[in-house]
Design a binder for this molecule. Structure first.
Ligand code: SF4
Length: 236
């Protein structure tokens, strides 16, 4: 029986590259120093192809493919930045911008500029607006800034902490990150490890001290507030 090949050779933006079987197009491109933009992809979490910003043209096929989850195959011809790819990325960015507060997402802001996104393209789009959640001493959650990249849910679950305090709730436009039964975080399995904050690409998850300083509180006010919270926890 002939052995299965261990590598595949493909062409990305005109450059040939040979990579181990199982390598994604994104990883193969990185091996060539070809930049493909990503939002939901993160080195600490499992790629799911959710945000669609990393789409590339594979063999001129009818549908663009998410580079973070599409395996490189022998003989593939990949174009990472033709007109079709750029238009798709620009539209994704414009839709995100129309519905989510991206003011504290610097990497996405840079992409909006790079792809020449029209920030006014969908003026009548519904905004995804949520009340700020401030239910614990450590961090606040502002899901009006959430782009549903899923990174926090993955870090809280099987990719890192195995706490499973966070999940996705509802469907379609109303999809949101939540705790089970919308319980306050202290009443969930959350251990306040902060890994969700570490992987969040926007201002949706923020340490409380940072949030309070941004609100104009003085260091003394922040300290006093922390002290009060500690006393409350001891009494509880
Ligand atoms: S809160 Fe942050 S990390 Fe979690 S899904 Fe939203 S944007 Fe992604």
């Amino acid at each position: 029986m002939s052995e299965r090949p261990q590598t595949v050779t493909l062409t990305i933006d005109g450059q040939e590259v040979t990579v181990p079987v199982g390598t994604t197009i994104l990883e193969a491109a990185r091996a060539l120093d070809v930049h493909i933009p990503t939002i939901c992809e993160h080195e600490a979490t499992t790629s799911e192809g959710l945000c669609r910003i990393c789409v590339v043209d594979v063999n001129g096929g009818r549908l663009l493919q998410a580079a973070c989850v599409t395996e490189a195959r022998d003989g593939m011809v990949v174009d990472t930045r033709n007109e079709r790819v750029e238009r798709s990325r620009r539209t994704v960015l414009e839709m995100l911008n129309a519905s989510v507060d991206l003011s504290q997402a610097p990497e996405v802001q840079d992409m909006l500029d790079e792809y020449g996104a029209d920030r006014e393209r969908f003026p009548q789009a519904l905004r995804r607006e949520h009340a700020l959640l401030d239910d614990n001493p450590f961090y606040v959650r502002d899901y009006s800034q959430c782009i549903l990249c899923w990174r926090c849910v993955q870090a809280c679950g099987e990719d890192a902490q195995y706490a499973f305090a966070l999940t996705l709730s509802e469907r379609g436009f109303h999809t949101r990150v939540a705790t089970a039964f919308d319980a306050p975080l202290p009443e969930t399995a959350c251990v306040f490890c902060g890994q969700c904050i570490g992987v969040c690409p926007t201002g949706a998850l923020k340490p409380k001290i940072e949030f309070e300083l941004e609100q104009g509180w003085s260091v003394e006010q922040v300290r006093e507030h922390l002290g009060q919270a500690r006393k409350r926890r001891k009494r509880a």
